[in-house]
Design a protein around this ligand. Structure first.
Ligand SMILES: [Zn+2]
Ligand SMILES: [Zn+2]
Length: 419
């Protein structure tokens, strides 16, 4: 028997954490953070109580709380090399921005980095009576699903999952092994993404429209994954215009280029990066605003980051465009912009005159892909649905029960199950 305990990230997107307990070992799958006005962590897990942490990918909702385990303990953490290096970058930035609210500091991050255990896809690890390995999750470079087995039971944790190829990475495949339990994300369980080719064309056409009228297009995008994907889309359509990228981009790109295996087309990526101007400071930022072109900047939800700086300067001119390309968590600046057409500039809520669009460039499986993935699983696993808004978690759970007749549940934080 293996025990699963859900510590966070249930019925919400943010702060994933699942404790896996076998007869001899305790392994933590992810320990993320939910970023809001104040960062929220999963339920407390004592560092002395676990043997190791396995991190699915670098996004902070999966990795942001890991330094908490290095206040006094020195447990190993496992992830792909790209994930580990991106984690270092993202957590450093997180400490810089939110340090006041955090129970850890740079020193804990350093301690964490000393306990890194780099894993390539497919390499088996044995930790007491638990065996595990990472396989490609198709979500961002370095992202992984975790296949683990203990006490004769097999468990799959998808982390964030995308089964379709994107410009940046290969899509995930359905694992061939049989599982007794599968923990799956459900970010887009109720929505199908538009056809990728049509989406790209619409995006490019709208950009052309804006820049031919001497406007600037702001593409708010997260620094890791989505920014590089958007550059790749622009490159593939041979758009001739000024393209600048802001926010940690240089370091992220360096990490990706150091590990070309994590990319679908490393050569093309290298070309894209050499053709893109990188913003290195405030002077570059003001410069970027002077010319027609595309500015890719974080954060993807217009919640902090330099995208807000650009937004404040572009929003009130109808020649400009603001093209959102990510999931907009309710309550964020981006979500409010889509709902109301307004954005807070300084102290005032202003009606945005720039053209606002939302393009669904997701790196998560949509409804159809999630369903196909679950259908493709062998055996009759129990399914645990997490990492989605409450409606998404519940809808996918219901679909699994009705359509496939499998046991499915959308757990709550603190719930425990025996596999
Ligand atoms: Zn993610
Ligand atoms: Zn996530």
């Amino acid at each position: 028997m293996v025990k699963l305990r859900f510590m966070g990230g249930t019925h919400e997107v943010g702060r994933n954490a699942i404790l896996v307990e076998s007869e001899q070992a305790r392994l933590l799958l992810d320990y993320g953070v939910k970023i809001g006005d104040e960062p929220e962590f999963p339920a407390h897990v004592r560092a002395t109580d676990i043997d190791c942490i396995v991190v699915a990918h670098a996004h902070l909702d999966h990795s942001g709380g890991v330094p908490l385990f290095y206040l006094s303990e020195r447990k190993p953490f496992f992830a792909t090399t790209v994930t580990i290096e991106l984690m270092e970058l993202l957590i450093k930035d997180f400490i810089k921005l939110s340090g006041y609210f955090l129970p850890f500091e740079y020193i804990e991050l350093e301690n964490m980095m000393r306990q890194r255990k780099d894993l390539s896809y497919g390499t088996e690890v044995k930790l007491k009576d638990i065996n595990f390995r990472l396989v490609n999750a198709g979500h961002i470079p370095g992202s992984a699903m975790v296949e683990l087995s203990a006490n004769g039971r097999r468990i799959l944790y998808t982390g964030d999952l995308n089964t379709l190829d994107t410009r940046l990475v290969h899509g995930a495949r359905v694992p061939k092994r049989r599982f007794d339990a599968v923990i799956i994300e459900s970010t887009y369980a109720t929505t199908d993404h538009p056809d990728r080719r049509e989406l790209e064309e619409a995006f490019i056409n709208e950009i052309k429209d804006v820049i031919y009228n001497d406007g600037r297009v702001l593409v708010p995008a997260f620094a890791v994954g989505r920014s590089q994907e958007m550059l790749s889309v622009i490159h593939a359509h041979k758009l001739r215009t000024n393209v600048v990228i802001d926010g940690m981009a240089r370091k992220v790109n360096e990490i990706l280029l150091d590990h070309p295996d994590c990319l679908r087309t490393p050569r093309t990526f290298m070309k894209i990066i050499s053709g893109t101007r990188e913003v290195r400071g405030w002077r570059d930022r003001r410069e970027a605003l002077k010319r027609a072109g595309v500015i890719v900047a974080p954060s993807g939800m217009l919640q902090g980051g330099t995208a807000v700086f650009y937004m404040e300067r572009l929003a009130l001119d109808e020649r400009n465009g603001v093209f959102l390309v990510s999931f907009q968590v309710p309550g964020t600046g981006g979500a409010k912009l889509l709902e109301t057409g307004r954005f807070t500039i300084g102290e005032r809520e202003e009606v945005v005159k720039a053209r606002v669009r939302h393009f669904d460039f997701s790196s998560h499986a949509g409804k159809t892909q999630l369903e196909a993935f679950i259908r493709g699983l062998r055996g009759k696993p129990d399914i645990y649905v997490i990492h989605g808004e409450p409606e998404s978690c519940d809808a996918l759970t219901q679909w699994i029960r009705d359509e496939l007749g499998l046991n499915a549940v959308a757990p709550n934080d603190g719930d425990e199950f025996n596999v």
